[in-house]
Each structure stands twice: as structure tokens, then as C-alpha cells.
Design a protein around this ligand. Structure first.
Ligand code: GTP
Ligand code: MG
Length: 249
């Protein structure tokens, strides 16, 4: 990060108590305005995250091209990106008890930039993550395998916290990013579960969370059945494949 930015962010850092007091009184709209009006440093920091996100999105689009050429099936169904909103950043930093300064945001929140890759079969999750992590401008900081070890509510996905190299006018920077890789079926469940959870104002009633958990298990069983069908089809394809023999020159 350029020195002038760091200085600006440090100055903001000095105001953390006042900011905390202010923000606790602010509405979402006011927080948004505060961020837009006062903190060009914050804006600049966000630009770094957007660059990292674009870079990872492009990497998956490149993989899509490469895999489409090589195989008749492309495992990447969709690539989605999102930036964490200022309200969610403030909410998360307060929930975790960190100071509300731009420097602290930079240090403590690693999922401001997010990329989600949706694939067809569970085995694609690991193939894609391996292919991706082989690239040498990517560093793995943390791996949370909620596919192998689902969350108590049944949530399944592979989460990777990464550090991505981003090249700016003033040099190279490393920026954290959260990558989530999951199947279409897991994405279906997570999207609906998220929507339903946000409709319930406080605690989700037990019968609803139990029912959601059961649906997560059904989804997982479906994913496993589809994986078995996929493996069988691949077996048939392999046994019928004719090697391409080029005529001698
Ligand atoms: P956060 O404070 O939410 O970032 O928690 P964390 O740092 O422990 O991260 P974790 O890797 O558990 O989850 C981060 C992201 O994964 C969330 O922002 C969601 O996008 C997704 N996620 C995690 N758990 C669930 C879940 O139970 N349901 C749904 N729908 N999404 C989830
Ligand atoms: Mg997170």
C-alpha cells in the first residue's frame, strides 16, 4: 500500500473511539454516507480488494476456457463475485470486538472480497481448488472444508482464504480474499437457507432449523448419487474411447 495511503489510514485509526461512538448511533444509510464522504482511504483500500476479486474471477474464466478445450465437460458452472457492504464490515468488526479503523479492517477482515465458484459434482470442488492453488501468485492462508466437515446446520462448501498478488502503479501488493467452492445443489440449499434465515427476525425456531438440516442431508445424498452416476458414465466413456492415431508424416 502506498505510504500516503497508510498515513491517511493511520490518521483515521486515531479516531477509532469517536468513530465507534458515531457508528453505534448511525443508521445503515448514514454509515454508507460516512464512508462515501469522509474516507477516500477506505475507498482506496476497497479498490485493492476489487482488483483481487477481478483477478481471481479472471483466473477461473481462464480455467473455464482451458478446460472446455481439453474436455467435453466444463466443471465450472458459474463464477460469482461480491464485495462486503460497509454495513456488514462494520457489523463484523464490532461483533468480533476489533477497533473500527481502516487499518483494523485491513488486518482483521479477510472476506471483504469474495469469489464463489459453482461446480457440478463434489469431486470437481477438489479438482478446481487444486488447479487454482497451483498458480504461484496465490497463497493459501486458511482452508475450511465444510464439505468434509459440515457445519452443525448442514452447510457444506469448501472455503479458502487466500492472499492474491495485485499489481498497482506503485508496485505489488498482497490482498486477502475468500473463495467458496460448492456444487450446484449445495448452492441451491445455501441460497435458500440464507434467504429463509434472514426472514426470521431473531432466533430461528427449532423445528425450522431441524427441517433445514434434514434438507441439507437430502441435498448431500443427492450430490453423492450424482457423483456415482458421473463416475459410472466416465467409466463407460473410458472403455469406449478410441485413441486418436495421427497418420505418419
Ligand atoms: P463470518 O463472520 O460469517 O465470515 O464467519 P467465518 O469467518 O467463521 O466464516 P465462514 O467461513 O464460516 O463463513 C463465511 C461465509 O460462508 C458466510 O459469509 C456465508 O457466505 C457462508 N456461510 C457460512 N455458513 C453458512 C450457513 O450456515 N448458511 C449459508 N447460507 N451460508 C453460510
Ligand atoms: Mg468469513
Amino acid at each position: 500500500m502506498p505510504e500516503e495511503n497508510r498515513q491517511f489510514l493511520l490518521r483515521l485509526g486515531g479516531m477509532s473511539r469517536m468513530e465507534q461512538a458515531l457508528v453505534s448511533l448511525m443508521s445503515q444509510q448514514e454509515i454508507r454516507e460516512w464512508v462515501l464522504k469522509y474516507s477516500s482511504g477506505y475507498q482506496e483500500l476497497m479498490a485493492y480488494y476489487r482488483c483481487a476479486m477481478m483477478s481471481v474471477e479472471t483466473k477461473f474464466n481462464v480455467l473455464t476456457e482451458a478446460l472446455s478445450l481439453r474436455y467435453d465437460r466444463n466443471p465450472i458452472e458459474a463464477v460469482r463475485t461480491r464485495m462486503k457492504s460497509p454495513e456488514s464490515i462494520v457489523e463484523k468488526i464490532r461483533r468480533r470486538g476489533f477497533p473500527l479503523t481502516v487499518e483494523s479492517i485491513e488486518e482483521n477482515i479477510h472476506d471483504i472480497a469474495g469469489v464463489r465458484v459453482i461446480c457440478a459434482f463434489p469431486s470437481d470442488i477438489y479438482k478446481l481448488s487444486e488447479m487454482f492453488l497451483r498458480q504461484d501468485d496465490i497463497t493459501l492462508l486458511e482452508r475450511k472444508d465444510y464439505f468434509e466437515n459440515p457445519k452443525p446446520n448442514g452447510y457444506r462448501s469448501l472455503h479458502l482464504v487466500l492472499e492474491v498478488d495485485v499489481y498497482q502503479r506503485t508496485g505489488k501488493y498482497t490482498v486477502p480474499l475468500e473463495l467458496q467452492i460448492r456444487t450446484i445443489a449445495m448452492d441451491f440449499w445455501a441460497t435458500l437457507e440464507h434467504t429463509l434465515r434472514y426472514k426470521v427476525p431473531e432466533r430461528v425456531p427449532e423445528e425450522i432449523s431441524d427441517e433445514l438440516h434434514l434438507t441439507a442431508n437430502d441435498i448431500s445424498a443427492l450430490d453423492q448419487r450424482m457423483q456415482r452416476i458421473h463416475d459410472q458414465v466416465e467409466g463407460i466413456e473410458d472403455s469406449q474411447a478410441h485413441p486418436i492415431v495421427f497418420p505418419p508424416r
